[in-house]
Design a protein around this ligand. Structure first.
Ligand SMILES: [Zn+2]
Length: 280
């Protein structure tokens, strides 16, 4: 999606940030105790199997690389382009055992999203999706995404925010990060009901000595989770995972997602837009 990337030279992608990279020590980025022997799936096998059975192919877009497409289960098994899995950055315990509840919550959520026309709805009903334990399950869903975004930061060779690690460890919030549910028109047009991930957006301080901002998103169809992190904190954040019925914020394209510039939704929920968005 090069036509949608920001022109602002102060906004950089991971390739521009080589000098900020942390040396890889071969350890799991989550626990930092055990060797990294496994790679997290960028796209869960259950999602892929569902897509394949619907006759769809996986289309994967990423900044700086061409869009790639996988057709059929043989393509999944080979993973020739490293499309399915991130490079090895987690230990087996963290990637499997510790994140099992996150995976379970995500599988339930993604099955619901792919079967529901959420794009024309004002929000997601976690009470309907998770029933009685929606509070814990919604937190675990957010932790699934946190782990995904952490893997993307590590893949770029950059330091993972401490709050993200603490969130995975069981904290109920991240004081310097905001997660929102979104839908993006350009993603809807381009990927349909497929899976996709946004470009990774990072910003640095003026001297380019450190990363000060991360913004990225991951989608099931056109329904995504947007992660925004600011070094100086986000005092008035309001997280989707604290609400039984969080709103879906509407965006035109990836640039608007990066800018945090919502469009008016196609229906009367316009007053709710960014209702739980933090002040910047
Ligand atoms: Zn670990």
């Amino acid at each position: 999606m090069p036509d949608q990337l920001p022109d602002d030279p102060t906004i950089l992608g991971p390739d521009d940030l080589v000098h900020l990279r942390v040396p890889a020590d071969g350890m799991c980025w989550w626990c930092r105790e055990r060797p990294a022997t496994t790679g997290e799936h960028k796209f869960k096998r259950t999602d892929l199997a569902r897509l394949m059975s619907d006759g769809e192919s996986l289309i994967w877009g990423e900044r700086g690389k061409n869009t790639r497409e996988i057709r059929g289960t043989s393509g999944m098994t080979r993973d020739r382009y490293g499309v399915i899995k991130f490079p090895k950055s987690l230990c087996e315990t963290c990637n499997n055992k510790r994140s099992k509840p996150f995976d379970t919550a995500y599988e339930t959520y993604s099955a619901h999203v792919s079967q529901t026309s959420l794009r024309i709805m004002p929000g997601v009903d976690f009470q309907e999706i998770f029933a009685g334990d929606w509070e814990e399950s919604t937190l675990n869903l957010a932790r699934y995404y946190a782990k995904h975004f952490g893997c993307r930061i590590v893949r770029a060779g950059l330091p993972v925010p401490a709050s993200l690690r603490a969130f995975l460890d069981g904290a109920n919030d991240m004081p310097d990060a905001h997660m929102a549910l979104i839908t993006t028109d350009a993603v809807h047009k381009r990927f349909g009901s497929g899976l996709s991930i946004s470009p990774d957006f990072a910003a640095t301080d003026r001297e380019m000595n450190r990363i000060t901002t991360w913004i990225m998103a991951a989608y099931v169809g056109s329904i995504g989770v947007r992660y925004e992190w600011h070094e100086e904190g986000i005092p008035y954040r309001s997280q989707f995972f604290h609400f039984p019925h969080p709103v879906i914020n509407c965006f035109k394209d990836e640039q608007a997602v990066f800018d945090g510039r919502t469009r008016r939704p196609g229906w009367f929920a316009s007053l709710l837009q960014w209702a739980n968005r933090p002040r910047r």
